[in-house]
Write a new protein. Sequence first.
Length: 609
Amino acid sequence: MRVSRLMLITLRDVPAEADIISHQLLIRGGFIKRVTGGIYAYMPLLWKVLKKINLIVEKELENKGCLQTLLPQLQPSEIWKKSGRWKSYTEGEGIMFSLKDRQEKELGLGPTHEEVITQIISQTIHSYKQLPINIFQIQTKFRDEIRPRFGLMRSREFIMKDAYSFHATESDLQSTYSEMEKAYQNIFTKCGLDFVCVDADSGAIGGAASKEFMVTADSGEDLILISSDGKYGANQEKAVSLIDEGKLLEIKDPKIVKTPDQKTIKELCNNNDFHPSQIIKVIAYIATCDDNKKYPVLVSIRGDQDINDIKLLNEVSKKLKLSVLEIRAISDEDIQKQGITNIPFGSIGPDLSDNLLSKAKEWEKKFIRFSDISVADIKSFICGNNINGEHRIFYNWNLINTEKSICDVRKAKAGDRCIHDINQKLKECRGIEIGHIFQLGTKYSKSLNATFTNDKGLEEPFRMGCYGIGISRLAQAAVEQNHDDSGIIWPVSIAPYEVIIIIANIKNSEQRCLAEEIYEKLIKDGVDALLDDRDERAGIKFKDADLIGIPWRIVAGREAKSGLVELHNRKTKVTESLDLISVFKKLSEEFNTEKYKSRPMDYRVSDNC
RNA sequence: CGGGGCGUGGCGCAGCUUGGUAGCGCGGGUGCUUUGGGAGCACUAGGUCGCAGGUUCGAAUCCUGUCGCCCCGACCA
């Protein structure tokens, strides 16, 4: 391609709409153009990048026996009603765009395709002999994000690769799940990204196991915890860790201490020479479930630790066998609304009486009680006495008459010891989620009544997995991770072009001829080359080449008359003056290294074999 | 939805406090000079000042409403 025909419009000023560097660079380089809030046009340069990512993805998935398809974006409401997601996805803070056609039929614009694919598979696959099936598409997805931001990172229309697998057995699902994990490792490695694979909460989509692939970047929206040896990684929502013993409280005769106006752990410690780890902190939550009821929840945890709301939500959901829509700490305002006034905030103990809830207007009248593992085995502790301004000291669980229900609801944090090796500590970093794999189990097949006949002749629901990659987000994440003051530095495998040849002065025929010769040869050799043939000053061409991040630059300039050109590496900034033979030799060596193997071009070659 | 900010040529911004009919830089066009890191000079085109009301002799500027965008939070297969 010639730059004179590339529609290359670069901006010198940082656009006001963009906040993070990758978003700014994509706009300045002319890769994306905003059409309206959270909706972007992928301009020709970015489309080339996206196609290269797609090729890498398609090839790796094909290697795993995955079939490619293209499913409709407009979907009937019925299947979403069957799976039970229509209401929560379209009402309130739901993310699905929905509409009615002229027949008043309700339709949704697909944010994901579990329903559609499950219906199709259930209509076409009937026997265990036809399983497993692993099928994927690369499609535009729609989500009415509450707050779109950061360009392609969180947009309302975006490109995603989503795959769905169907199995006769749990173990077959698990084997595909781990094959997909490997495929994802290959894909992201080939895209030239620095990433980690971490344990994740499966969230609203449901299911058992789930892992996220995160591109590490300070601007990432997720907090992840990783062990120093790299063997353990998890989203903070899911992370587990070991905590230290804390400062043990001696065992003495239990007694009650007056603690007037001491409501926080800090105030208690400052006034009484306690250590936070000696105190059992009890927090009251209110959980709203999909049966439209509100359940009060009481959680006990060691005073120096924090509660992980996601873990808590999952525990409540498990215990009630209901889906929890929202969970949050009870506020003064809440209890006033309920007409309850006597909850002794600051002095609550694990055995706070259910009687306090008897007057509640909307809430259930009984606390659901949990105790975090951190308090399970404390032999002597301090806790609230359920009366304002009073705490109990030197107490133990035998003296507290209540249900314990031990579970892990503690928020793991940087500095905690790791569960796989107590000598390793967790450190935290931020990540951009570019891939997520799930073992769904039978959640969708059951609700959509998708069954097959097993080898005993009995009908049973499919075991399902689903696997996503945010293609357009990945492209931006690559920029977030690969740039310098001058612009983008694309990894070779996904760069819009691999080499740019600059004619320093278009009016100089020696330079022009030399550049044309190189360009033709590279194109013939299958290199994705760009020729900057514009009648512009050399400086402009250099700036543009740096900004749009082409990995290699060849300049036909001053030394053209002696047959020499300049070869420059965008990333290392190394520049060499070489004759044509040496340039081709050097480039082919470079492209034959590992980097070359990940070039999409290479896939086309191997396809023909 | 809560909090904050902003809407003025294609892009980045000033002007608004104190009303008098719009300006700067970049970008575009033409010409001359320049020619390896976003050139110089001259000329030139391009704006119902987001939109709708209101106040006023007169509104980009003041008032009311409305729409849109950006940031923080809640939320997030």
